[in-house]
Design a protein around this ligand. Structure first.
Ligand SMILES: *Cc1c(COP(=O)(O)O)cnc(C)c1O
Length: 465
């Protein structure tokens, strides 16, 4: 008898009790398509010599097909890479209060550009401008999609067809796509490089100034350090040179935290407040780096310059939406209570976790790690490691941490890569870092509430292929 004819029909499968939950969750169209696809696959397999699948096997295949097709492409992951602000993993994780603010703004109409006092039209920047001014000492502020956009808009508004003087030591590239000379050209400004890679002096800037100069610019060397025989011109001097010549002095800070991180034993990162106090006319920085908020580019500084920037039609192209503004307002609000910031701002909480606390966590997880790796040709240990802040905070500044580590027993093998692959197939995927012939899972970003879940996931790790 023809075995193929014994495959059930799509309608029969859809009426099975086992599929009713999925039917309610995903709707008829998706399940019909999944059932059809799996029946075709079964038929082809049988034509190739496979046996008639059981009803249970078919139902499982349909469920798996559905799970694959309906899983969001933007998947949450467990970041154990050792880089806290990882650009490829979405940078800052937002605090609960910020997530709630986003949900509120998303689920009801809000006064985004509406002045409730007068009933007239409002300006969306007003939502965060006062807070930004309070926290940075600036006169005015505006917000765009990211810091690259902030720099671009600044240059395009204030230096189109004019010259911008920058030290050769500060021609930064951030993650491949943001390069100071390229942004400058696209914004219509002419870059004038002065000084050398390691040393730039006040007179270099003074000699570069002439009729076509619009700005003196300082770019924070976010992701590298020039050491040894070096010289850079301090911000107050650059401001003096600029102002003596009737020019503006602007600073691209990149990360730009709003508080002095040294109070928690972290490396010093320059703040917008320091730059403004040093005489900068405009400062740009990111919302989702050390600031710990949503992706955004913040511009703060002199009122008339901010007003010019807001009149540029490109501002309309680069503006942020209400969800970003809701998140930014809630994030900035946390900075009004700096004492409690390490408990309330997720990024700072992760950066200030003590070595001792992470070591204890590693010791708790070690037995599970050893069991998970038992069938692998790898040694499972706990070792000290160094976390990176990431996203343009000096890579030379590392934070002591602890990691679950896997090292090949004996000769080098592809086992580390295969293990990393198996970790990435967990749900949610676990991401570590392979270097120096070891795979490390830095536990700095594994919070207490996820620790137990993480342990359960490890227990489900695939054995080596
Ligand atoms: C990160 C950074 C940028 C780009 O900021 P995004 O928010 O990623 O657009 C620009 N300049 C500096 C100095 C940076 O560190």
């Amino acid at each position: 008898m023809n075995e193929l004819a014994r495959l059930p029909s799509v309608d029969r499968l859809l009426s099975e009790a086992a599929l009713q939950n999925s039917l309610a969750e995903h709707g008829r169209s998706l399940i019909t398509a999944a059932a059809r696809a799996e029946l075709i696959a079964a038929r082809e397999a049988m034509q190739g010599g496979a046996a008639l699948p059981t009803q249970a096997q078919l139902l499982d295949a349909i469920e798996e097909h559905l799970a694959r097709r309906t899983r969001p492409r933007l998947q949450p992951v467990v970041n154990l890479t050792g880089t806290v602000l990882h650009t490829n993993l979405g940078r800052a994780v937002l605090p609960e209060s910020v997530v709630e603010a986003i949900a509120r703004a998303a689920s009801a109409p809000c006064a985004l550009e509406y002045d409730l006092a007068s009933g007239g039209r409002g300006d969306r920047d007003d939502i965060v401008e006062a807070l930004l001014c309070e926290l940075t000492g600036a006169e005015a502020a505006t917000v765009v999609n990211n810091n690259a956009a902030a720099v671009f808009l600044l240059l395009n508004t204030l230096a189109q067809k004019k010259e911008v003087v920058v030290s050769r030591g500060e021609l930064v590239e951030i993650g491949g796509a943001f390069r100071v000379p390229d942004i400058m050209r696209r914004a219509g400004a002419k870059l004038v490089e002065v000084g050398t890679t390691n040393r730039t002096h006040r007179r270099d800037f003074e000699e570069a100034v002439h009729a076509k100069t619009a700005l003196l610019m300082k770019v924070h060397t976010s992701n590298y350090a020039i050491e040894g025989f070096t010289a850079a011109v301090p911000e107050p001097e650059l401001a003096q040179v600029a102002h003596a010549n009737g020019l503006s002095f602007v600073v691209d800070l990149g990360s730009g935290t709003l508080v002095n991180l040294e109070q928690w034993g972290l490396p010093h990162e320059p703040t917008p407040k320091e730059s403004i106090a040093a005489g900068a006319d405009l400062v740009t920085f990111s919302g989702d780096k050390l600031l710990g908020g949503p992706q955004a580019g913040l511009l703060v500084g002199r009122r008339e310059l901010i007003a010019k920037i807001k009149k540029n039609p490109l501002k309309r192209c680069l503006r942020v939406g209400k969800l970003t503004l809701a998140a930014l307002e809630a994030t900035l609000a946390l900075y009004r209570d700096p004492e409690r910031l390490p408990q309330r701002l997720e990024v700072l909480r992760l950066l200030t976790r003590s070595e001792q606390e992470i070591r204890e966590q590693a010791q708790r997880l070690l037995p599970i790690w050893q069991v998970a790796l038992a069938s692998w040709p790898l040694l499972a240990t706990v070792e000290p490691t160094l976390s990176q802040i990431g996203s343009g905070s000096l890579p030379v500044n590392r934070l002591p941490s602890f990691a679950l580590v896997a090292r090949p027993r004996g000769k080098r093998s592809g086992a580390l890569q295969r293990l990393h692959g198996a970790l990435r197939r967990l749900d949610p995927p676990v991401l570590g870092h392979i270097a120096e012939d070891a795979l490390r899972l830095d536990l700095r970003c594994l919070d207490a509430q996820n620790e137990a879940v993480f342990g359960e996931h490890l227990a489900r790790l695939d054995p080596p292929a």
